[in-house]
Write a protein that binds this ligand. Structure first.
Ligand code: BES
Ligand code: ZN
Ligand code: ZN
Length: 494
């Protein structure tokens, strides 16, 4: 979506719709701007109780004069409860109303927000609109596609300064990164394979001079002795891949944030096969990888002055005659031997090799991983909140703060030693799984075994937030692209 600005109401261009903001009042909505439309009787509408100005409420009026054939009154909720997030949600609701009417071009009268800077209002409005302006319809037949899905292509922010417009442009860049992640998650697992992700990483290096990509193929992974990644991949037709993308935005600095994303392009569960009902959405199991791609794309497009290394262990967890077996033991990249408890706990295995690799080779200042790791996290926190576990309070606190700013909220779980008793193995150094209770924590404790104690590390379990059964606010059904906006915020605050 292209954002432009108009100096004032008189100089606005022609469009499909003019949007006027309103606060929720007692019985009647109250104008949130001082623009009084010359040709529609807003007073008459407000005299009825048809429109209360509730958050996201939209009423359409039609005119035959003026620069737009339609006027939308948009409710922002109560003035005393307004926040950037409320703006995101209200303007996302506007976008939904526009899309169902095939409206492509809108003029927006900005609300008066006494306690907001221009940056805050533009941020809320543009982010809400952009994140809602997404559809995954690549699989639809063309004719049907033409009829159904129209996206907004242009929004004119009336009265917004040049700096304000630059803010909208920034969120447009971030939204493009989120769309990429959503597309990767929503795409067929047969298309979005480890090789597809490798190719994309190589394209990143061609497109962005600030990114250098290295891909380890199966032979190289064998040579490196990443035996856990190999074990998970051995039941699949596709070779595994180990992807490293290095973004250098601050060449003089030694500070490096390593982000690792779980890249299981489809999770059948392996020989511990998932039952019907649990497997259907498992193309989402590379959502952590999608977060890494999105974060690197956003960092490179915005030219963030930080260094980020994105690492993706990519494989399918398939079932077949060569599948790795529960009860067998494998030697990890770190050297520790692992008894496989359950082949469906594959994410922690490939992440273990990735964590050990980056500790040894990448000189990380901090490591942050994103993974759709445990079904238990979906049960604990649902779709509203991502689970966070960390070995360092300062890192966890900054990530939680970034989560609040972007409303990609995270909640920290403990990593108490005592849980670890469950990972004891009689035949190997450690077992990959334990009991059902606290299994998200146990998975994180398993990962921690592969992180050097002196390196700050945080683990996001996005199993509940990466892929939605129902659309919510500005988040679509299916892949959400969670974590990218949080990471951009975090990197900017470094
Ligand atoms: N990919 C799944 C976790 C998952 C579940 C992601 C639901 C998204 C939605 C993961 O590989 C898995 O199957 N974990 C098992 C581990 C168990 C066998 C210890 C789980 O959580 O049930
Ligand atoms: Zn699994
Ligand atoms: Zn999985």
């Amino acid at each position: 979506m292209k954002f432009i600005s108009a100096a004032n109401i008189k100089s606005r261009p022609h469009a499909d719709l003019l949007v006027l903001p309103f606060w929720k009042g007692g019985k009647h909505a109250k104008a949130a701007s001082d623009f009084d439309h010359p040709h529609v009787s807003i007073k008459a509408l407000l005299a009825t109780e048809d429109f209360a100005g509730k958050e996201g409420e939209v009423v359409f009026l039609y005119v035959d004069k003026e620069k737009e054939p339609r006027v939308a009154l948009l409710g922002l909720g109560s003035l005393d409860k307004i926040s950037i997030e409320k703006l995101r949600r209200s303007y996302a609701s506007l976008v939904k109303a526009c899309r169902s009417r095939k409206i492509e071009n809108v003029n927006i009268v900005m609300p008066h927000l006494p306690d907001f800077t221009e940056e805050m209002s533009v941020r809320g409005i543009s982010e809400g609109m952009l994140l809602a302006n997404y559809v995954f319809d690549q699989m639809k037949h063309d004719a049907i596609k033409d009829q159904r899905n129209v996206l907004l292509s242009k929004a004119t922010l009336i009265g917004v300064s040049k700096q304000g417009l630059a803010i909208a442009k920034k969120y447009d860049d971030i939204a493009s990164a989120v769309y990429l992640a959503r597309d990767l998650i929503n795409g067929n697992a047969d298309d979005v394979t480890p090789q597809h992700l490798s190719k994309l990483a190589q394209e990143f290096a061609k497109k962005f001079p600030s990114i250098k990509t290295t891909v380890f193929n199966k032979q190289r992974i064998e040579k490196e002795k990443m035996r856990l990644l190999l074990a998970v991949s051995q039941g699949s037709q596709c070779d595994p891949a180990f992807i490293i993308m290095e973004y250098t935005g601050d060449p003089k600095s030694k500070d490096r944030t390593v982000i690792i994303g779980k890249g299981v392009t489809f999770d059948t569960g392996g020989l511990n096969l998932k039952p019907t009902g649990s497997m259907e959405k498992m193309r989402c199991d590379m959502s952590g990888a999608a977060t890494v791609f999105g974060t690197l794309k956003a960092a490179a497009t915005l030219g963030l002055k930080v260094n980020v290394i994105g690492v993706i262990p990519a494989t399918e967890n398939a079932i077949g005659p060569k599948s790795f077996k529960p009860g067998d033991t494998f030697k990890s990249y770190a050297g520790k031997t692992i008894e496989i408890g359950n082949t469906d706990a594959e994410g922690r295995l490939i992440l273990a090799d990735a964590l050990a690799y980056v500790c040894k080779h990448c000189k990380p200042t901090r490591i942050i991983d994103f993974a759709t790791l445990t079904g238990a996290m979906e049960i604990s926190l649902g779709a509203e909140t991502t689970g966070l576990m960390s070995n360092q309070d300062a890192l966890a606190d900054s990530l939680i703060r970034a989560g609040h700013e972007t409303y990609e909220r995270a909640w920290r779980f403990p990593l108490y030693e005592e849980y670890k008793d469950q990972l004891k193995s009689d035949i190997a150094d450690i077992k990959s799984t334990g009991g059902r209770g606290g299994s998200s924590i146990l998975a994180a404790l398993f990962l921690q075994e592969f992180v050097d104690d002196n390196i700050p590390w945080a683990h996001f379990d996005i199993a509940g937030t990466a892929y939605l059964g129902e659309a919510r606010y500005y988040l679509p059904k299916c892949g959400t692209g969670v974590g990218i906006r949080l990471m951009v915020e975090f990197l900017e605050n470094l």
